[in-house]
Write a new protein. Structure first.
Length: 113
């Protein structure tokens, strides 16, 4: 089973994790955001639904994603493009949309102001 962690971490923490990975220490799969605000800007509720239905699904067309989330193709296309630009989704050689994980873990901490 492949798992990805969507998290919020500082650029310093991300760089530190990257250095450990280059030194051979397994880090797992991460999709990191610099702030909670940026995470919520990119992963809106409708985009989260796209991620949810694509988890474990393999490569699918945008039309199939639209069918699975019961939304029109044009609006799903816009959301998929935003997730592709953010590096959350990818495309295979055939142009289909890919989210290559079977499980998603979301991890961030909110502290008192």
């Amino acid at each position: 089973m492949s798992r990805v962690t969507i998290n919020v971490e500082s650029p310093h923490d991300a760089e530190s994790r990257l250095r450990r990975a280059f030194s051979g220490e397994a880090q797992g799969n991460y999709i990191s955001f610099a702030s909670v605000d940026l995470l919520w800007k990119i992963v809106t509720p409708k985009r989260w639904e796209i991620i949810r239905v694509m988890t474990g699904a393999g490569p699918v067309s945008i039309r199939e994603v639209s069918r699975r989330v019961a939304r029109d193709v044009k609006s799903v296309h816009g959301d998929v493009q935003a997730l592709l630009r953010a590096g959350v989704l990818d495309r295979d050689e055939g142009g289909r949309i890919v989210f290559p994980y079977d499980e998603v873990h979301v991890d961030f901490v909110v502290r008192a102001a």
